[in-house]
Design a protein around this ligand. Sequence first.
Ligand SMILES: [Cu+2]
Length: 174
Amino acid sequence: MKTYNHLYQIVITLLAFPTTVWLQILRRNYVILTLLLALNFIAATPAMAANLSDDLLKQPATEIRVSLGNSANELKFEPNHLEFEAGKRYQLKLTNPSQLKHYFTAKDFADGIWTQKVEAGKVEIKGAIHELELKPGAEAEWVFVPLKSGTYGLRCPIPGHTEAGMTGEIAIKN
Ligand SMILES: [Cu+2]
């Protein structure tokens, strides 16, 4: 009877062992499967981003004009409140009809957008832009897609200009 009991225990152990092993294999496969799915997702993300930017580039850009100063040499942006919608493509046309040079400085706003290009004269600049200087009579075109919603400050940092009221506000809405 004692031997019988012992054998019985061995059989139980043998039966129990494969179950644990099988569970382990299943668990391992589950981890691998999850990893594969995760990798697939990671691999799909840049492709999705590329598709997104392709779609955005096909989208006609909404034109918005801002004048830096005016012909009366008043120190202000016209208009001084700009509103954009996240995910849309814009063409911001900056002009300086005054006899003074001015800056379009909105660094936090620039951090919250994706710049496609800045065009001025016969030059096209690609990549991130933070600040633009417009000499008297100059024109520049900034093509971008706003990404991060928020309210951002705009100013002309030329000594005396910000103080005189050459400031503005740029809003990005979702
Ligand atoms: Cu100015």
